[in-house]
Ligand binder design. Sequence first.
Ligand code: PMP
Length: 409
Amino acid sequence: TRSDIHYFGAGPALLPTDVLEDAAKALLNYSDTGLGIAEHSHRSEIASTIINEAKADLASYLDIPDNYEILFMQGGGSAEFSAMAYNFVGAWVARKHKELGPDDSSMQELKLAVKNFKIDYIITGGWSKKAAAEAERLFGSEHVNIVADSRELNDGKFGTIPEERTWNLSEDAAMVYYCDNETVDGVEFPQFPKSLEPKHDGPIVVADMSSNILSRKIPMQNFSAIFFGAQKNLGSTGVTVVIIKKSLLPQPSVALMKQLALPIPPRILEFETIAKSNSLYNTLSIFDVYIAGRVLKKLLQQYPDKVQGQQAVSELKAQLIYTALEARPDVYKIIPDKTVRSRMNICFRIEGGDAAEETFLKQGVTLGLTGLRGHRDVRGIRASNYNSVSLESAKKLASFIGTFASQRG
Ligand code: PMP
């Protein structure tokens, strides 16, 4: 049964059982309306109340200031790879156009600037690599500047974050993009990078927080935008959250972008459009927003000091597992460097390779420890330690890591 399982899957991830029980009821008959939540119109008052409450609770939990907008989008984190590039190139053009003014000679200057615009990417794992590749596809590799690529220091493998003094940041990038927690490679930024701290009106910093959102405090004012799919720490698969500084929403006119031969975002990926319609430009899955909202209500009840309370638990769980691994360096090799280890995705190999790992996985399943197989690109074992993984499950895994090692002598 559900209570026998300790699930460490990388996403979709575990959801709190009471939230699912409540959602199951809401799916049949929402609030005694006789209709389920997935059947009510997304334009109904019921739907807008659900959206607005989820926004308010998210803002409260993460302490998001009023000059940011919260958007519920679709297409997963992957759609945001494109959306961020489109919208921030647009925002960059809007800013330059305003600075230079509308007359003809300024247009020449703007065209020249556009020839050389850059989007900066810090590559620390598979997901930031994919995001950079998408920007190259949309805008051409001449516009994509790789600030740093951790594979260069590590035999072509991920597992570190290059020191900031080696970063090659562009002067006036449309955005600097990084992935705060690399789900596949188990690499997490230990804190906000010093060299991206705000100075007058830049830099424009965007981060993918798909796999570590709601697990630690975020210095929101340092970011122009962050995004995350709901399916790991927030809710069910189907909604993606974008939190963006309101001042960066306006896009230049279509005519101006045409004149500059730059692409414009498809409407459904245009943040300004989604913001104007309170995330209801098209049919949004209100059921998924509802689940996210229930998770947030539960977290707000559980942790009086909000995300900081969750942060302490996340750190404790991760520490239990890493300590068990470190106790037996003869059996376990933690993949990423100690300074950048993820609290969310704990990636390691077992002495003896694939065969030993298969035995570990099999024995784990007999104890109810599931979802531990590493990503196919990295192999080995990956324990995803998201919010709904209980302290008890983390303890059980840590203890199994110890007993498995002792069986081997
Ligand atoms: N970014 C990160 C860090 C992820 O972990 C994932 C998916 N696991 C994605 C982006 C892509 O998300 P999606 O599958 O929702 O498109």
